[in-house]
Design a binder for this molecule. Structure first.
Ligand code: PXL
Length: 286
């Protein structure tokens, strides 16, 4: 038994811009988790609001890396995936889950879009491929845009109620085949925003809401999902884990707000890491 939990984070490196691995690695490390990385691509920046970014696909590097790990007998307590840049990468990640995932928590963030639209560079059939990968997960963490894309349903941006959100969560677990789904960015009333989770194994819903800060920031999905994956890897219950992730994301947004003009590309999560580390320590000591 290792004394420190070990996770594998599979997603791109956007060299500048506070997202994907430049968020997941510091967040998971601050939570006291040994974090191995598998960079799927290297970009100069994320594709959000930047133009003219570079993109170097690293897919061909992945099989030799994981073959070496197999030889070394390396294992993981959890495997978390984020932004994946191609169909081929989805297949490669699917193979990694088959090969390393037997005793690991499989956490898939189906990063594909926001505000009702696919991110730049994704083909229209990408969501169906991502839906298949979600079927291999123990837990998935889509926003409302990604949930609609995964289900092939129309995107509903606002004005929905609890029955709608619960229906989406039931359909996600039912159609995709993963036991747990967490929907992020849920707003039932203008002053509150949070996450709603459904565990199909016990047919229970869990939710946690905080202040709704009426502004959008790039990278908050990655901040939420890395802290959620970290809390679950440490053994937190789902209900505690979503509270940790919502509060950490809100803290990062609050630190960013006074310098919004400077940090238009991603949130100041670094200033919130100390409080997150303290919470992670408490989970670890339980
Ligand atoms: O934050 C998600 C993300 C990750 N990686 C890349 C992205 C995005 C979102 O735009 O472009 C490269």
């Amino acid at each position: 038994m290792r004394s420190v939990k070990r996770t594998l984070s599979i997603q791109d490196i956007s060299c500048f811009g506070r997202c994907s691995l430049t968020v997941a690695l510091p967040v998971l490390s601050a939570m006291g988790i040994e974090t191995a990385i598998l960079p799927t691509a290297i970009l100069s920046t994320h594709t959000g609001e930047f133009k003219g970014y570079t993109f170097c696909d690293l897919t061909s590097e992945i099989p030799p890396i994981t073959a070496h790990w197999k030889k070394e007998g390396i294992t993981f307590d959890s495997i978390g995936t984020g932004y994946l840049g191609s169909d081929e990468q989805i297949n490669t990640v699917s193979d990694i889950i088959d090969s390393f995932g037997k005793d690991a928590l499989i956490f898939v963030d189906p990063v594909m879009g926001d505000h009702g639209r696919l991110y730049a560079g994704f083909a229209d059939d990408f969501p169906a491929k991502m839906a298949k990968l979600c079927g291999k997960a123990d837990i998935i963490v889509p926003n409302l845009t990604e949930a609609a894309l995964l289900l092939g349903e129309a995107y509903v941006s606002s004005g929905y109620d609890e029955a709608y959100i619960h229906g989406v969560l039931r359909r996600l677990t039912d159609k995709l085949g993963c036991p747990v789904a967490v929907l992020t960015g849920v707003v039932y009333e203008p002053t509150r925003q949070g996450a709603v989770a459904y565990d199909a194994r016990n047919d229970r819903f869990y939710e946690y809401f905080g202040e709704n800060i009426p502004a959008t920031f790039h990278g908050t999905g990655d901040v939420f999902s890395s802290s959620l994956c970290g809390a679950l890897t440490l053994g937190a219950e789902l209900t505690e884990a979503i509270a940790v992730a919502v509060d950490f994301t809100l803290d990062a947004i609050r630190y960013t707000l006074p310098e919004r003009e400077t940090y238009w590309y991603g949130v100041n999560f670094e200033s919130a890491l100390c409080d997150l580390a303290a919470k992670a320590k408490k989970i670890n000591n339980k």
